[in-house]
Structures are given as C-alpha cells and as structure tokens.
Design a protein around this ligand. Structure first.
Ligand code: DGL
Length: 268
C-alpha cells in the first residue's frame, strides 16, 4: 500500500483525457497533473527537444513526492520515455505499450491504422511495438497535425473536423484497416467524427483508457495501490497562464478544474 500521489504528465491539456480514465479506474489515488503548456506542442519538435522538456518535467513532478509517473503524452512516450527510464528510478508507464497491445487484440484482418502527431508517427514507436507482437501486421501511420487545434477550439463535432478527418484518413480507408489507434491525447475527443468517416466500420483504440487499465495493474504488481477506495484528490500544475487550461480542460474533464498553479519552468 502506498498513499503517495501518481504523477500524470502531458505537454498540455490533452492529457486530461488520460487523467479522466485514471481517476475513473483508480478513484482512491491522489494525482499530481503537470501540463507543460508553455512549451506545447511537443508533436512537431525534435527528439532531443522532447527529451529535454520531458526530463525537466519529470524533475518537477518528483518534487511532489510521487510514487509513479503516467506519461499521458503520446509524443513524450514515443520519443522520451526510454531516455527518462535511464535517468530516473521511478515506475513509469507510457501510452504506447497499452495502446499497441489493445490494437493487436482487436484486429481481425491484421490491418491497423495509427494516427498521431508527426513526432509519434515518425518515431515508429507504435508501429514497432505492434510488429513485435504481430509480425505480419500491416500498419499504416498518418500524422494529423490539424486535429489538435481543432479539438482545442472545441470544433471536434463540426464540418471542419469532418472534412479534415476525411482528408487525413482517406489512405487508411483505402487500406481497409479494421482497427485504429487514436495515438494522440486529443484524438479521443474526435471519436464521433472519425467514426462517421469510417461509417463505424473500425474499432477505435483509445490509449488513454488502456493506459489507465495498465496503470492499475502496474500499481498492484508493485504494491503501490492506495488504501483509499475513493476520494482521491487531484492537483494541477501548468507552465503557462492557467486560464486557457482551465477553460478547455474543464470541457475535457466535464468539471471545473481548480486549483491550478503555475510553475516557472526555468526554475526547474
Ligand atoms: N500531447 C501530445 C500527444 O499526445 C499532443 C499535443 C502536442 O503536440 O504536444 O502527442
């Protein structure tokens, strides 16, 4: 048993989709969420930069006496988790493994699509993981950079979202994929629109949900589960003005986010 909080990291707001799942599946856990809102997006940055930012973010989270880290950000999981594991001696779980595993379990025709940021798709992290479990899999990765601003604008169920999704996802449709990994924190918000593009003929894998499930298993295995059954508290930290985080984040979590504290990233 361990009642210290879990640290949840994201490059910004999108990781709240993961936080939401963790809160639902582990209601007794206290959580410290850090969103690196001053330096978002991670998705278009180089591997070196993502590693630097992520290591600094973990350094901050460790000051909060956390017992484990959930990397909600797909880009950081893909580009920086390996490096962070070498540097920090704390249990860490990213979204790639759980998402890839679920896709392998779901596919019937071994044709799997992965969508995410440029960083995540170009890293091949999901593709490599899937291939290790299902060597004959045909995996098509597409980066969809416009999806993040569309969701942050609150336009996920509009014509703009639908037309954009049609364009990005055409190749995946042509390949007749039967499973699709929503490999970016923001994309679960586009579920409905993406489902419409595929005429509801693909199984969508939400790494946020899968990661929360895997986090529970990890904490149990390491005997790190809290002894509270519910009533876990969440504190929020961001590296830029909390106002936008509060507004958009409130929509994602469907409740008011407070208190939010600003962290001076240069001081880390
Ligand atoms: N959180 C990022 C991810 O899941 C998306 C936003 C960004 O580019 O930083 O990849």
């Amino acid at each position: 048993m361990d009642n210290r909080p879990i640290g949840v990291f994201d490059s910004g707001i999108g990781g709240l989709t993961v936080l939401k799942e963790v809160m639902e599946q582990l209601p007794g856990e206290d959580i410290v969420y850090f969103g690196d809102t001053a330096r978002i997006p991670y998705g278009s940055r180089s591997k070196e930069t993502v590693i630097k930012y992520f290591l600094e973010s973990v350094t901050f989270l460790l000051t909060k006496k956390i017992k484990a880290i959930v990397i909600a950000c797909n880009t950081a999981s893909a580009l920086a988790m390996e490096e962070a594991r070498k540097v920090f001696d704390i249990p860490m779980i990213g979204v790639i493994d759980p998402g890839a595993r679920a896709a392998v379990g779901a596919t019937r025709n071994s044709k799997i699509g992965v969508i995410g940021t440029e960083g995540t798709i170009n890293s091949q992290a999901y593709q490599k993981k899937i291939r290790r479990m299902l060597p004959m899999a045909e995996i098509i990765g597409i980066s969809c950079p416009l999806f993040v601003p569309i969701v942050e604008e609150g336009w996920e169920n509009t014509d703009v979202a639908y037309i954009t999704a049609q364009k990005y996802l055409l190749e995946l449709k042509e390949h007749n994929i039967d499973s699709l990994i929503l490999g970016c924190t923001h994309y679960p918000a586009l579920r409905y629109t993406i489902g419409k593009v595929f005429e509801d003929k693909v199984t969508m894998i939400n790494p946020a949900y899968e990661t929360a499930k895997a986090t529970k298993i990890m904490l149990k295995e390491l005997d790190l589960i809290s002894n509270k059954l519910d009533g876990g508290k969440c504190s929020f930290y961001v590296s830029d003005d909390p106002e936008k985080f509060k507004r958009i984040g409130g929509n994602i979590l469907r409740k008011e986010i407070a208190p939010i504290e600003k962290v001076e990233i240069e001081d880390i």
